[in-house]
Design a protein around this ligand. Sequence first.
Ligand SMILES: Cc1ncc(COP(=O)(O)O)c(C=O)c1O
Length: 373
Amino acid sequence: MERLEIPFFTTKFQYERHREKINEALIKKAESGEFILGSSVREFEEKLSLYTGAKYSIAVASGTDALILALDAMNLPKGSEVITTPFSFFSSTSCIVRNGLKPVFVDVDEKTFNIDVQLIEDKINENTSAILPVHLFCQTSQMDEIMRISKKYGLKVLEDSAESFGVRYRGIHAGLIGDAGVLSFFPTKTLGAFGDAGAVITNNEEIAERVRILRVHGASPKYFHKYIGYNSRMDAIQAEVLKVKMGFVEEEIREREKAAHIYNEILSEVEEVKTPEVIEGVDPVWYVYNIRAKERDKLRNFLKEKGIGTTIYYPRPLHLQKCFEYLGYSEGDFPVAERLCKESLALPLFPGITEEMVNYVCRVIKNFYSRGG
Ligand SMILES: Cc1ncc(COP(=O)(O)O)c(C=O)c1O
């Protein structure tokens, strides 16, 4: 078998294809002398609202900040409980703690990696104030059920849709089903900046207004501080990069989809591999193609030997992180999340990935198991 070198992720092909447009935007910004917020960020926010259908888009410094500011803007009672998932990136829980609130974990559904909606109601009590579902990899959580529960108990919903640019649930863009949602434009994301960047999207005017003020130190007008805010403004250069990339993101989404379909088709024949399942009502966008694999670590090493990069999302669940020890959880509390940490493996997926590359990854995986692992 001919050997190929396939990184887990690269922007190389994307940049090669669009070098001129991107360079032009960067130089224009360098010459303008406008580096923070300003017209570039305003224009990007408008484009983002148009694309997602959000009434309000507020560009901030990262997806992590978007979570912190959006939750702050919801003004939940201090010390109240927020239900979320232990199988996620760190900031979907750290934002809860940073706001003086208490994370309460609920296990996930092994087929989708997202919060198991059947288990949420058991964790609700008089101190619960919100649900923070995380939409991982290619799809949303089961938002019909989450919204039913939130209405029944009067809870706010903040969607961690950091990974869900372009994903829609029953026609609505991820992040706009609950009270607010966030997007991350971390460079590997479906829409990625040249550094850190993020946004809050919402149809709620009050939340939007507060986030807008919170991102500039809580000041409105300047130097008159209504809230104890943050310095969390999107750089103009990032907004310019994102504006250019929005021009071809749909094309790249189709390219990701094509690759995901090939992975699905070939890997569904491999008994030792479980391919991702998309729930009813979701139009997926393949930010990450994540499988569950027998002998995951051995497979990962084998792929590495054959020139293929992979990533583990996530190697340790949040309830077992040192910094959350004080919450009192222990091993065995969330068996599905714990198992997924041992089984999940994200395969190469990036703009410019070819059919040949995807076929090669699949061949190597088949080869690994046919040798007996
Ligand atoms: C689920 C999830 N939440 C939050 C974040 C945080 O976003 P950022 O890296 O832009 O701070 C990320 C991305 O890294 C993420 O994947």
